[in-house]
Design a protein. Structure first.
Length: 214
C-alpha cells in the first residue's frame, strides 16, 4: 500500500505562484511557468540551507539517491502548541530505532495547514537534545508536519537545530501530511524525492510511504 505524504502545491501555498506559458488553443499545448520558493510545501532541506556541509553532500543535487528512499519509522505524539520535543517523547521507539532509518514525527500539525498563524508560528519544535539524539542514532531523514523543525521566528533556535541536524548528516523533510495513516509499530519504506537543482539549498519533494506488510 502506498500513502501520499505530500501536500498539494497551490497558489495559496506560501512561496508558490504560476502563470500560463503556453495555451492549448493558442499554442497547441498547455504549460505553466512555475515560481517556487525552495522550501515551499512539502520540502527537503540540504546542508547548504544553513551554510552547513557534510560528507554525504552539501547541496540538494549532491545528496545520494540512498537518502531519498529507505526504511522508516513513525512516532505518534500528543503535544501542545510550541512544545519542545525531547528524546523521551519517542517512547519505546527510542530503544528499537535502527541506525539508517528515517524518523517521522506525527504531531497532528498537518491539520493546521489552513491557518498559517498556528501552522507557522505555534509549531511543536525539535529540542537540542532530540536533534543531537538523531545525529547520535544516525537518523537518515527526520520528517515533520510543520513547515520547520524549529521556531522560524527565533533565528538563533532555528539556526542551531538545523545546524546540528544538517551538519550531523540528518536530512530534513518538512511539511509532511497523512502521517496519522502510518503504523507506529512496524518499519515501512519512505520515499522523498526532491528536484535535482544545481547548488540547491533545498527543494519541494514528492514524499510517500510504502507499507511493506500491508
Amino acid at each position: 500500500m502506498l500513502i501520499d505524504l505530500t501536500a498539494t502545491l497551490t497558489p495559496e501555498t506560501p512561496g508558490v505562484s504560476w502563470e500560463s506559458a503556453k495555451d492549448l488553443e493558442r499554442d497547441g499545448w498547455n504549460a505553466r511557468l512555475l515560481h517556487l520558493y525552495s522550501h515551499s510545501g512539502t520540502h527537503m532541506d540540504a546542508p547548504r540551507h544553513f551554510g552547513c556541509s557534510h560528507e554525504i553532500g552539501t547541496t540538494i543535487d549532491e545528496l545520494p539517491l540512498e537518502t531519498f528512499l529507505g526504511p522508516a519509522r513513525v512516532v505518534h505524539l500528543d503535544v501542545s502548541a510550541g512544545e519542545l520535543l525531547q528524546p523521551a517523547h519517542l517512547g519505546e521507539l527510542a530503544a528499537d530505532f535502527v541506525p539508517g532509518q528515517a524518523l517521522l514525527l506525527q504531531t497532528g500539525w498537518a491539520a493546521h495547514r489552513g491557518n498559517l498563524e498556528v501552522f507557522r508560528n505555534q509549531l511543536p519544535r525539535v529540542s537540542v537534545e532530540l536533534a543531537r539524539w538523531c545525529v547520535e542514532k544516525k537518523v537518515r531523514v527526520l520528517g515533520v508536519e510543520p513547515p520547520s523543525v524549529a521556531d522560524v521566528n527565533d533565528l538563533a533556535e532555528v539556526t542551531k537545530i538545523h545546524e546540528i541536524l544538517l551538519s550531523g548528516g540528518v536530512t530534513i523533510v518538512e511539511g509532511l501530511i497523512n502521517l496519522d495513516q502510518l503504523p507506529g509499530e512496524v518499519e515501512f519504506t519512505l520515499g522523498a524525492f526532491p528536484l535535482k537543482i544545481e547548488g540547491g539549498d533545498g527543494s519541494p519533494c514528492r514524499a510517500f510511504a510504502h507499507l511493506n506488510s500491508y
